[in-house]
Write a protein that binds this ligand. Structure first.
Ligand SMILES: C[S@@+](CC[C@H](N)C(=O)[O-])C[C@H]1O[C@@H](n2cnc3c(N)ncnc32)[C@H](O)[C@@H]1O
Length: 217
């Protein structure tokens, strides 16, 4: 395990034990800002799995990035021409995103996937959920899975990118806790229907396969 993955698991374990399943994200970003930890997913390049989708130009269409962290995928979508809103539960992550991209057109917002702004309902042509639900434990995951679809406007697209597993029981390690097929199917909430759900090669990661799932309303 890398040092950064160990930092994440150490903080996640303590946070979960204290009954706060998402509190560790802010702790990890804050410790990393202070040079006391590393954020394993904080890499400069946008997700290779997002880039592999080869999305068409955004032409000003509205995109929402869930759990944006320091903003790598939000900036990628903005560069494609989307009008991007990007949110994260961690205020430090949002500060980092704004600080790293001072000229950005992206609207970076602190918000909670489990209690999102009502105005976002059916409000976006493209919604990206990449690698976030896999970092949430089982007790809040089922609820979290039902939310990204609620942001999708009629005719819009939800992209779900996540580590995959065929196990239905956790092996006790994590985060991340890879998603089962049934969990990916459950993103078709609130009237969404799947366009495609496929497993793709996870080259360059420590996990063997990944989900690439597309849904529309
Ligand atoms: C594993 S990281 C992935 C970050 C980014 N999506 C990426 O692929 O680089 C999970 C992110 O989701 C955020 N997050 C976790 N729970 C959240 C919630 N309930 N609402 C919004 N963001 C959340 C974390 O702070 C963290 O930035």
């Amino acid at each position: 395990m890398t040092a950064s993955a160990a930092d994440a698991r150490r903080l996640a374990a303590a946070s979960l034990a204290a009954g706060d399943p998402t509190g560790w994200f802010e702790q990890l970003y804050a410790q990393a800002r202070d040079g006391q930890a590393e954020v394993p997913w904080d890499v400069a390049a946008p997700s290779a799995h997002l880039r592999a989708l080869d999305l068409p130009a955004g032409d000003g269409r509205r995109a929402l990035v869930v759990g944006c962290g320091p903003g790598r995928d939000a900036e990628h979508l903005a560069a494609l021409g989307y009008a991007v809103t990007a949110f994260d539960i961690s205020a430090t992550a949002i500060d980092l995103a704004r600080g790293r991209h001072p000229s950005s057109s992206v609207d970076y917002v602190v918000a909670d996937l489990l209690d999102p702004p009502v105005a976002w309902r059916h409000g976006f042509d493209l919604v990206l959920e990449s690698n976030n639900v896999q970092a949430l434990p089982a007790d809040i995951r089922a609820r979290a899975i039902t939310v990204p679809g609620t942001f999708v406007a009629p005719g819009g697209l939800l992209i779900v990118l996540a580590a995959a597993t065929s196990r239905v029981d956790s092996d006790g390690s994590g985060p991340p806790w890879p998603l089962t097929r049934a969990e990916v199917d459950a993103f078709a909430s609130d009237g969404l229907r799947p366009i495609s759900i496929t497993q793709v090669d996870a080259a360059g990661t420590t996990l063997p396969t990944r989900w690439q799932a597309l849904f529309t309303r």
